[in-house]
Design a protein around this ligand. Structure first.
Ligand SMILES: [Zn+2]
Length: 76
């Protein structure tokens, strides 16, 4: 199984280019087993959704706090 660091890299890479089939399967298998990465993936999705819904607005304190929490939780 891929490491949490590799899984995180694939989640980031996915935003820049389509993943290969092997990368997709590796990431899917990892997030199915690893709750930390699964939670992180959901947090990325919710942050991305917030940005896509309001592309022209300045991020509010609630958004910044959520982002900081997500980053802190990821470091533990
Ligand atoms: Zn993980």
């Amino acid at each position: 199984m891929i490491s949490c660091q590799h899984a995180t890299e694939l989640m980031t890479t996915r935003e820049l280019r389509p993943l290969t089939l092997f990368e997709m399967i590796s990431l899917r298998m990892h997030t199915a087993i690893c709750s930390a990465c699964s939670t992180f993936e959901k947090q990325i999705a919710s942050i991305k959704s917030a940005i896509m819904n309001e592309p022209d607005s300045v991020p509010g304190s609630e958004f910044i706090n959520a982002l900081e929490r997500a980053i802190k939780e990821r470091r533990l």
